[in-house]
Design a protein around this ligand. Structure first.
Ligand code: GLY
Length: 360
């Protein structure tokens, strides 16, 4: 692990070069206009202060993770304890128990974890019947020589470690899925039932459609990092579809010398751009967490295929990044305005507006 003095010096020396490189590349995005200045250092030089960041649905998660960090917990354990709150919540339709199912009505969960000091990772994908995939991912890291287990193998592994299989499809999620199924076409034998909760017959746009996820990264007072991303993935996905969340470097990446990054939103964009890894690399080369998130968002927007662009050529999907550097600075950026992140800086938990590429 680098000491803080070395890190700060390297950070400082590379920052100038990165700025020049960015200008030379003619960075076209509206970064300066839309930066939210969340990047105020949370630490003194050479002294780390615990910080926990998460996606906006992680207010309770950052509270719990910070409590655990203050009690001396490992940063990865603290982050996992935080996201377990959302995995356990049947009302959240994007993660764990109660997550929206695949097109067959089966909930399939993805998660990854990464431990900074060990530089080890674990992940599970398309896991059915276990509400805390983040905990199974940690066991993959701790108790196997592998990084990723999928499907039936992941389920057998979880059960071998004592996890209880249960139905993850709640009535709320089942009704939303049924409404989605019934609204596909006028040329099938499904009839939209007027009485289904929360749905507007004949208006498929009123049906929740989500890539919702929770990402949480924690930095402890020693400057050590851990991160987790957990999700039920794309709603109504083709069975077996795996998103970015369980793919190290896409939905999560931690480098204990530099920082941690994670994402929520369109997973395919992160899979095609190794986004979380790229954010950490941008921080390695001197960018602040917020700048790094914006840099990678712009790269993704530049690469977006025509069918995913609006009439002005803008990437029309949602994508958000969250990043924390080893020095305690943090930031977030979203493809579209209105994004937020949850942060606990040791004093209080709060939501902060994310920087963005495009204004809604
Ligand atoms: N980012 C979550 C997913 O695409 O599955």
């Amino acid at each position: 692990m680098s000491d803080h003095h070395d890190l700060d010096r390297r950070h400082f020396m590379k920052a100038g070069a990165a700025t020049v490189a960015g200008l030379a590349a003619g960075a076209s995005y509206e970064r300066a206009a839309h930066a939210q200045d969340t990047n105020k250092p949370a630490t003194g030089v050479g002294r780390a202060k615990p910080v926990v960041i998460a996606s906006a649905n992680g207010m309770a998660a950052v509270e719990r993770a910070m409590e655990q960090l203050k009690a001396g917990a490992d940063p990865l354990d603290a982050a996992i304890a935080g996201v377990n709150i959302v995995e356990d919540d049947p009302e959240d339709i994007t993660v764990g128990l109660g997550g929206l199912p695949n097109e067959d009505g089966v909930v399939e969960l993805d998660a990854s974890v990464m431990h900074g000091p060990m530089h080890k990772a674990g992940a599970v994908a398309a896991l059915q019947g276990i509400k805390n995939p983040s905990m199974v991912a940690r066991l993959v890291m701790q108790r196997t020589d592998h990084v990723l287990l999928v499907g039936q193998g992941a389920l057998r592994f979880a059960k071998a470690h004592g996890f209880k299989e249960q139905e993850l499809l709640t009535d709320k999620a089942r009704k939303i899925w049924l409404r989605w199924k019934e609204s596909h076409s006028k040329n099938d034998d499904w009839v939209e039932a007027e009485e289904l909760e929360g749905a507007i017959p004949g208006n498929p746009d009123a049906i929740p459609f989500t890539w919702g996820t929770i990402n949480c990264c924690a930095l402890n007072a020693n400057g050590d990092l851990g991160g987790v991303t957990t999700t039920s993935g794309l709603s109504y996905k083709i069975p077996g579809r795996v998103g970015d969340s369980p793919i190290i470097g896409a939905g999560l990446f931690v480098d204990n010398d530099i920082g941690a990054a994670g994402s929520t939103g369109r997973g395919e964009a992160n899979l095609q751009n190794c986004s979380s890894f790229a954010i950490v690399e941008a921080m390695r080369h001197g960018q602040s967490p917020e700048q790094a998130c914006l840099t990678v968002l712009q790269r993704i927007a530049d690469h977006a295929e025509p069918r995913l662009r609006d009439e002005k050529g803008r990437a029309k999907f949602g994508l958000k990044f969250y990043a924390v550097a080893k020095d305690g600075t943090f930031g977030s950026a979203s493809m579209w305005s209105g994004g937020q992140m949850a942060v606990h800086d040791g004093a209080q938990a709060r939501r902060i507006e994310a920087a963005y590429l495009y204004k809604k």
